[in-house]
Design a protein around this ligand. Sequence first.
Ligand SMILES: NC(=O)c1ccc[n+]([C@@H]2O[C@H](COP(=O)([O-])OP(=O)(O)OC[C@H]3O[C@@H](n4cnc5c(N)ncnc54)[C@H](OP(=O)(O)O)[C@@H]3O)[C@@H](O)[C@H]2O)c1
Length: 336
Amino acid sequence: MLKWGIAGTGQIARAFALALNRAENCRACGVAGRRAEKAAAFAAEHRVERAYSSVEQMCADPEIEAVYVCPPHPFHAEWARCALKQGKHVLCEKPMALGMEEIHEMQRLAREQGVLLLEGYMYRCHPQTAKLVELLKAGAVGRVRSVEGAFSFRSEFNPASRLFDPALGGGAIWDIGGYPLSMANLVAAASSGNAPVRPERLEAVGVWAENGIDLLSTALVCYPAGIVGRLTVSLTSTEDNSLRIYGEGGKIVVPDPWVCDRVNPPQGRILLTRSGEAAEVIEVPCDRTSFTLEAEYFASLAAQGKTDAVFPVMSAAETVLQNELLQEWERKAAGK
Ligand SMILES: NC(=O)c1ccc[n+]([C@@H]2O[C@H](COP(=O)([O-])OP(=O)(O)OC[C@H]3O[C@@H](n4cnc5c(N)ncnc54)[C@H](OP(=O)(O)O)[C@@H]3O)[C@@H](O)[C@H]2O)c1
């Protein structure tokens, strides 16, 4: 049983507490936030054993073995460092940090302490993603030529919300761009040898709000194997969020690639159309949410003394690539 502390009391902290309560090899031992009363109420509501009045206090508790870091993006690095310095394993929400220096520092601390540090892209732990990788590797659609993905939803502009507040890391690219980008990276890696593949080129356009955050953006990436990615994020409109992969011998459509349902275990479904044939529906049953699968996977790695994830879960090397590319996406979309 991995004994977890949750660093944050917001909406994703709630989803993760629910996930821990359903995970076989995890225990929700602690929760900490910036307000003691909120942490205490969270603990009572989500069957978490103890509440702390600060993240520092929770990280100093020798019983806590792993910390789930989930404040707004600009605070990820500081809270994760606090946990890593105390020798805790860390599952850090995406994006791991907003600056590469911070990510390198976090990874260095994790190496020094011999602990696990992973970035939380939970869809990578769902069996639907494993099935997709299996199909690509088996050449189900032949040589892959393009991948098209989006993560988008309409959210009313609210300058106080972390989604729109520049001081809280607001903007579409940093909040949700990592999904289609990491999916394109996954397709490129699965089509070669699983190791992260850096695109040769990334171009992007975007639309900015008056307060300086990006609302809507599309990036184009081109990988050395001749795979093109068309990636879209939006906070202004809900677009087609399915994943489309086109190969020389057909196409794959994944209607719900991000499997984000936090309460009901999302069932996997992949539509495979080989050229000249009718579409085949591949069901991928699942009895856990992606967050429970992520927590269980993390706990199993920690129990084995492993300090990195195995593809298709995001490894340390892929986290570096992913965040460098997010920076480039933001820069190019801003015309810099
Ligand atoms: N993997 C996923 O599917 C997924 C989904 C959603 C979000 N996330 C990630 O999780 C992180 C948190 O997102 P969320 O939607 O849970 O946010 P949220 O609901 O706004 O919660 C943020 C938490 O951080 C705390 N916090 C600490 N310092 C803060 C500060 N200076 N300003 C504002 N809040 C501060 C908040 O404290 P108070 O409670 O005291 O306000 C709250 O507990 C983000 O980095 C996001 O990328 C991941």
